[in-house]
Write a protein that binds this ligand. Structure first.
Ligand code: MN
Length: 200
């Protein structure tokens, strides 16, 4: 996940096999989500700015914060999905002692942080994202964004996100969003999240 990359954008391959998260997230879901939805955002974003040297000089993160609806939406679609796929891992490891300490300081306990994250994911209406982020005071916060909006990079370092668009789970789970959220919680890449922390 590189927020500073520039046009022409290239789709990042999955860091794990497309079947690696089965049965939590099926190959079928991962194929449509990565190869169709995410790659579609990459293609649309490239198409939108192919004739605009001005836009080509703005990094992905900046494009995802623009007022232009089409560019913002598609840049956000690229940014958010790259964060999402790298927020998951087939080799789950518990958060490190350093991350647990940070969770304790910010939420009282790791369990409270986990239940707040899952609860925020359950509570989203419409399409959107839940984030675990580190604020500029070094505290962890749970944030929600709508559609393909990103979190403000001037205020937060994103550590991980969860996709709550229906395409993320409907093929596998239909209306059982709680099962999908549990599947994601069992697959969070805590090492990747920790590597994104600035206050270490
Ligand atoms: Mn998605």
């Amino acid at each position: 996940m590189d927020p500073d990359k520039y046009y022409p954008f290239k789709a990042a391959p999955l860091a794990y096999d497309i079947k690696a998260l089965c049965p939590d997230i099926s190959e079928y879901t991962m194929y449509f989500h990565h190869d169709k939805h995410y790659c579609g955002y990459v293609d649309k974003l490239n198409g939108l700015i192919k004739n605009s040297p001005l836009m080509q000089n703005i990094p992905l993160e900046g494009l995802a914060m623009l007022d232009d609806d089409d560019i913002r939406k598609n840049a956000g679609g690229v940014y958010n999905h790259e964060m999402y796929f790298s927020s998951l891992t087939p080799q789950y490891r518990e958060p490190s002692a350093k991350m647990i300490k940070k969770m304790n300081e910010s939420f009282g306990s790791a369990e409270k942080m986990m239940s707040s994250l899952a609860g925020a994911a359950m509570d989203i209406t419409g399409s959107g994202w839940v984030w675990l982020a580190e604020n500029r005071n070094g505290r962890l916060e749970i944030l929600v964004t709508k559609d393909q909006d990103i979190i403000d990079p001037d205020k937060y370092s994103p550590l991980l996100n969860i996709d709550l668009w229906e395409h993320a789970y409907y093929l596998d789970r239909q209306n059982r969003r709680n099962e999908y959220i549990q599947a994601v919680m069992n697959s969070i890449n805590w090492i990747g999240a920790e590597n994104r922390m600035k206050d270490i």
